[in-house]
Each structure stands twice: as structure tokens, then as C-alpha cells.
Design a protein around this ligand. Structure first.
Ligand code: ADP
Length: 426
């Protein structure tokens, strides 16, 4: 979000700069036309001088409108008035004077004045002078041409002057674009440096946070184990059923807290540690996971099957695979369907095209469509039946993504759930 804001600030700057430069360009062109006015006037070409006067006035009005911050209006008015003025001007003087030359800088100006968000206007205003140029050059257009009486040397002189002026305006337009590019490039470089510094800061803070989380969670574990031990000892000192009930509740809460801490440690381990490649024998890994989970309530009534289609160990991150399988299978046990006589959990492992595919399925309570969208979110619990932290599947997803893999769920409420994982392996 921060980066987005930073970028939009810079984009605004670029638009502002383009508009300010446009104003300056209009003023410079007005100055140039004033010189034309003087030349025409001193040489007795009053009709041309009158045109020069109106063109200079139009350019000055563009500058003023721009100053009032009606940027778009200034540009549109400026380009329309200039295109029409040069058309009329070209009609009253002979073609050899070269008024049509001004359409080239007008095309350049149109491409320089409109930013990326105004592409349609840019192309329209490039097309307009191009069309007028063709109109003037191709069918020898000009209704008032005979009015102009230009001597041959004057025609030559005005052609040279117009060539120079249009050349100067053209160079101004190119310079204008160059300036915009240079400043944008400088700002991009500055932005890249800023983003890099911010990223480094963020990475540092993240690492510190992870380290803090990891060590705090570890530190909390041992007092919790002591509390559990003390409660267990205290149980032997009383036969009072009420007090024993309280002790059971306390043990239950401590277990809950322990599981939460274990989740945080798993999360932190996944975030902090790099990928490790080691030989993974899925058959023994799954048996290990089942052994660790068989004390979860209800696990003794569930039939576990595993179907590992390849017997060769694969090179993968065993620690993360163990976290993934443990969380998925613990969930499959927790969310079993008490109404079903036969309860089962199946783990299927296959290896194809450089990826291991794991499917953990159960015939438990299932997950509704609405929850399927969100179960991988942090702290999301899809059912009141859950007494967990809502972190399990979030950690699973993080671990899968760290291994460049993918995960998705398919489920029908009442029928059970299947989690499909694919992880690249060597
Ligand atoms: P927790 O189990 O602590 O609530 P998880 O992130 O492990 O958190 O799971 C999120 C939610 O997804 C659970 O609350 C539950 O609603 C749903 N869920 C996960 N696995 C299963 C499953 N095998 N069967 C039914 N629901 C499941």
C-alpha cells in the first residue's frame, strides 16, 4: 500500500511537470511569433502581421489558461486554435512561404503534451495536423492565395524564417520530451533506492520479529510443561471430584495453549529457515506422523490407510512435509464425523513429472463452499467444533508456497474433505 502511494505521488508529479512545461512552451512560442510579427510588420506584410498578432494572442491565452490550472482545456484550445490558425494563414500566403512547415512541430507538440492517460487525445491531435498538412500539400488547397503579393526574394526569406522557426519549435518539443524523460528516470532511480532501503528495513524488522516470536514461544513452553507437571502431582493429593474436575479443565487449557505455541513455532520455523533437501521416505514419514497423532481424541476409532506409489526416497524438505502432513491429518482426525460408523483417513502419495502429489482425504464432516474460500487464512476457523488456533492451514499453505508448490481443497459437507498438494522435488 505504501509503495502504491509513493508511486501515485510520483505520477502526479510527472503530470504537474508536463503541465508546467506546456505553459512555458506556449510562452516561448508566443515570443517567437512576436518576432515574426515585427518582421512582417516592418516589411509591410500587414495581413500576415495581423495573423501573427492573433497567433501570439492565442498562445498567450494558452499560457494564461494553463496558469489558472485548466491544463487540459489549455492544451485542447491551444492545439485546435494553432491548427486552424495555420490553416487560414496557409490559405492567404503562397505555398512557397512554407506555413505548412508548422504542422510538423504541431505533431511533435501533440505527442509531447499528452501523457499516458490521454492517449486518445494524443493520437487525435497528431492526426489533425497530419490531415491538414495533406490537405494543404496534396490538392493545392488555398482560397485566398491570390490576395498575397510576395516578391520572389521575400518568399525565399520567409521560407527560411519559417523553416528556422518551425525547426526551433520542433527542437523545443524534443527538448520538452527529453526533460520529462530525464526527470522521470531520475525519479525512478530515486524511487528504486528508496524502495530498496525500505525493503531492507522491512526484512530486518521481519527477521527480528520472527526471532522474537520464536524465542518467546520457546521460553513459554517450559513454564507450561512445569505447570502441567505440577497439576498432575496435585491431582494425587485430592480425591475431591470437584477439584479434580478443575484440574482437568486446567490441563485442557494448558494443552490448548501448548498447541497454539507449537503452531507459532511451526509458523516461525517455516518463515525463518531456508529450504532443505534431504531424502524423504514417505511411508516412514506418514507412519511417524500417525504415531504422533494417535493420542488425539477420536483417533483410535479412525482407520488410517496410506498409499505410497513409489518406494524410492525423493529429495525434498522433510521438515516442512512433516508440518504439512501433521496439520492436515490432525484436522482430519479433529473434524471426523461422529455419526459415521466407519471413519477413515487416506494419504495418497505419487511422484510424477518432477513433483510429489499428496492427497489427504477423510470422510469427516466436510467443509462448506463458503468456508473453503477462507480456511487458508490466518486465524480462520470454519466451525464452532474447532478449539484450535485457526493457524494450521495457514501454516500448511505458507510451507507449501515456500516449497514452490500448490494446495487446494475439495469437499462436500457431510461427505468429507480432500486436500491436494503438489510440490516440486528433485
Ligand atoms: P483450526 O483447526 O485450528 O480451526 P485450521 O487452519 O487448521 O484451524 O483449519 C481451519 C478450518 O478449516 C477449521 O476451523 C475447520 O473448520 C476447517 N477444516 C480444516 N480441515 C478440515 C477437515 N479435514 N474437515 C473439515 N473441516 C476442516
Amino acid at each position: 500500500m505504501f509503495r502504491k502511494k509513493l508511486n501515485s505521488d510520483k505520477v502526479l508529479d510527472a503530470i504537474e511537470r508536463r503541465n508546467l512545461l506546456a505553459g512555458k512552451m506556449a510562452l516561448s512560442c508566443a515570443g517567437l511569433v512576436c518576432i515574426h510579427f515585427l518582421i512582417d510588420f516592418l516589411n509591410g506584410y500587414y495581413q500576415s502581421a495581423t495573423f501573427d498578432f492573433f497567433i501570439a494572442a492565442a498562445l498567450f491565452s494558452i499560457y494564461k489558461i494553463n496558469r489558472l490550472k485548466y491544463y487540459l482545456a489549455a492544451k485542447i484550445w491551444g492545439l485546435i486554435s494553432m491548427n486552424l490558425a495555420f490553416l487560414l494563414y496557409a490559405c492567404i500566403v503562397p505555398k512557397e512561404v512554407g506555413i505548412f512547415l508548422y504542422y510538423f512541430p504541431l505533431m511533435a507538440a501533440s505527442s509531447a503534451l499528452f501523457g499516458p492517460a490521454e492517449k486518445k487525445l494524443r493520437y487525435t491531435f497528431i492526426a489533425l495536423p497530419f490531415a491538414l498538412l495533406l490537405l494543404l500539400l496534396v490538392p493545392d488547397f488555398g482560397i485566398w492565395k491570390e490576395y498575397g503579393t510576395y516578391s520572389a526574394p521575400d518568399t525565399k526569406m520567409f521560407f527560411v524564417i519559417n523553416s528556422i522557426s518551425s525547426g526551433i519549435i520542433m527542437i523545443m518539443c524534443i527538448d520538452f520530451m527529453q526533460k520529462l524523460n530525464e526527470t522521470s528516470e531520475e525519479q525512478l532511480q530515486q524511487l528504486a533506492v528508496e524502495v530498496k532501503a525500505k525493503n531492507e528495513d522491512l526484512e530486518k524488522t521481519n527477521t527480528e520479529l520472527d526471532r522474537f516470536l520464536y524465542s518467546t514461544s520457546h521460553d513459554l513452553r517450559s513454564p507450561l510443561s512445569s505447570i502441567k507437571g505440577l497439576i498432575n502431582i496435585a491431582r494425587y493429593d485430592t480425591a475431591d471430584k470437584k477439584i479434580l474436575g478443575y484440574f482437568n479443565m486446567m490441563i485442557d487449557r494448558v494443552n490448548h495453549l501448548e498447541n497454539f505455541i507449537k503452531d507459532i513455532i511451526d509458523y516461525s520455523k517455516n518463515a525463518r529457515t531456508e529450504l532443505r533437501q534431504e531424502a524423504v521416505d514417505f511411508k516412514s514419514l506418514i507412519s511417524e506422523v500417525i504415531d504422533n497423532l494417535k493420542f488425539i481424541e477420536g483417533a483410535d476409532r479412525i482407520e488410517f490407510t496410506n498409499d505410497v506409489t513409489n518406494d524410492h526416497p525423493v529429495q525434498a524438505d522433510k521438515g516442512r512435509l512433516s508440518i504439512i502432513l501433521t496439520n492436515l491429518m490432525a484436522n482430519a482426525i479433529k473434524y471426523h464425523d461422529v455419526r459415521k460408523e466407519l471413519r477413515w483417513i487416506r494419504v495418497n502419495v505419487s511422484n510424477s513429472n518432477g513433483a510429489v502429489k499428496l492427497i489427504v482425504s477423510d470422510n469427516g464432516s466436510g467443509i462448506s463452499e463458503e468456508h473453503q474460500q477462507r480456511i487458508f487464512e490466518m486465524f480462520y476457523r470454519g466451525t464452532l467444533q474447532s478449539n484450535g488456533s485457526g493457524l494450521g492451514l495457514y501454516i500448511v499453505k505458507q510451507a507449501v508456497e515456500k516449497m514452490q508448490g500448490s494446495i487446494h481443497v475439495e469437499s462436500k459437507p457431510g461427505d468429507g474433505a480432500s486436500f491436494f498438494i503438489s510440490v516440486p522435488v528433485s
